[in-house]
Each structure stands twice: as C-alpha cells, then as structure tokens.
Design a protein around this ligand. Structure first.
Ligand code: URA
Ligand code: SF4
Length: 219
C-alpha cells in the first residue's frame, strides 16, 4: 500500500513513482503526488514538457502563477523571456525538455483573494521532489542539462552550489551515478526583477551568453 500522507519528517515523492513506463506514466503518477505539503495549496502538478528524445534538459525552480493555472512549465513571463533568449542563443525549443526542480507552485498571499506571491521552495521540499527530476533525467538522458538559477543548481549539484561561481562554463558532474554535462545560468525571473533597463539589459545579455555556451556544447 502506498501511504497517502507523508509524515512531517519524511517528505518524499518516492512512494508515488511508478515502477515502470516512460514520461506519460511519470506525468500521470506525478499528478497525484502528495510527497510534501506543497500539493495542498497549488492547483495542480506541473510536470516537465518535451519529448523523451530531447537533447537538452532545462531545469528551473518551480512553477509560477501562470504555470500553476495552465499545468505547463515556463508559460508565463519568465518562460517568454526564456524562449526569446533560447532563440537568440540558437537552441531549438524542439530539442529541449523543460522542467522544474519542484513540481508544485509555492506561494504566499499578502491578503486573502489577493495576488499569489512566489515563495522559494525549501531544501526539504526540493529533496522531496527530487525523485521526479531523477526519473525525468533517467528517461530523457539529455546530452546537456541547463541549470536555470540557484534552486535548480542546489537540487542537482548540492546545497553549496552558487550560480555566480558556476555560470557560463561547461561542467561535468556525476548525478545519480551518471556522468552529466551541465551549463548553469541565472534564472530568467532574475532578469525580470532587475532594477532598471540598463541592469535588465545586462542580465539578459548574460543569460544569452551562457545559453550560447550550452548551444556550442550541443553542436
Ligand atoms: N519559473 C520557473 O522556475 N519555472 C517555471 O516553470 C516558471 C517560472
Ligand atoms: Fe510531490 Fe513535488 Fe508536489 Fe511535493 S512539490 S507534492 S514532492 S510533486
């Protein structure tokens, strides 16, 4: 029997993973995940999007407001910016599998019925959700992983990961016992949060330049 409630000290998606099957089976099972408390307030699980033969896997933090409503990753403002940056860097969206370290939207509300404000997932929640990301990696076996921001980096490479130290270089690391190639960059939302136009332009150009490193690694 699969337990339906995770005890406080044991948040994990593990019991909800299917024994077999590809992405469709994973997506179906993830829809019912209750491996941590984040499923309670969110609308739905936002699983990765793309095909099992994708060459590159892009990993973000967690779905945002729009993603939570639509059930698809990177369909809101950050996603639009990411699409533009990918096109500019020469990465074909058809080659990409897009997902997040955490599959449910975490948010707070300043007041009831007010706008939902993104809240960063805790290490515990990222660890709980890790089995889904590991399963996606095992099925897709991408040639390259693009790490979008600190949360994705911590989820994949450990809590000491820092974007500033790792970005824009081709890294080779063992993840879940397999050698992986990765390129880290900033999260597209951080570009949207820039203080003024000048900062935003610089942040965007930095993102595109890191993605060009990824594009070269794929060519
Ligand atoms: N930010 C993310 O990290 N992922 C999404 O899917 C959307 C915004
Ligand atoms: Fe399961 Fe991940 Fe959602 Fe938590 S965030 S309930 S582990 S899918």
């Amino acid at each position: 029997m699969v337990s339906t409630k995770a005890p406080e000290d044991a948040y994990t998606a593990e019991p909800f993973l299917p024994d077999r099957g590809g992405l469709p089976a994973l997506r179906r099972a993830a829809a019912d995940c209750r491996g941590c408390p984040l499923h309670r307030d969110a609308t739905q699980t936002v699983f990765g999007a793309g095909t099992a033969d994708a060459r590159v896997m892009l990993v973000g933090e967690q779905p945002g407001d729009q993603e939570d409503r639509q059930g698809k990753p990177f369909v809101g403002p950050a996603g639009r910016l990411l699409d533009r940056a990918l096109a500019e860097a020469g990465i074909d969206p058809g080659d990409a599998y897009v997902t997040n370290a955490v599959k449910h939207f975490k948010f707070t509300r300043a007041e009831p019925r007010k706008r939902r404000i993104h809240k960063a997932p805790s290490l515990r929640e990222m660890t709980a959700c890790g089995p889904w990301l590991a399963a996606e990696l095992a099925v897709v076996e991408p040639e390259l992983i693009v790490v979008l921001g600190a949360s994705a980096g911590k989820a994949l490479l450990g809590s000491s990961f820092r974007v500033g130290e790792s970005r824009g270089a081709l890294l080779e690391r063992e993840i879940h016992g397999r050698p992986e190639r990765l390129v880290a960059t900033v999260h597209p939302s951080s570009v949207l949060r820039a203080q003024d136009d000048e900062d935003r332009k610089a942040a965007y150009e930095g993102l595109v330049s890191d993605l060009k490193v990824a594009a070269r690694a794929l060519s």
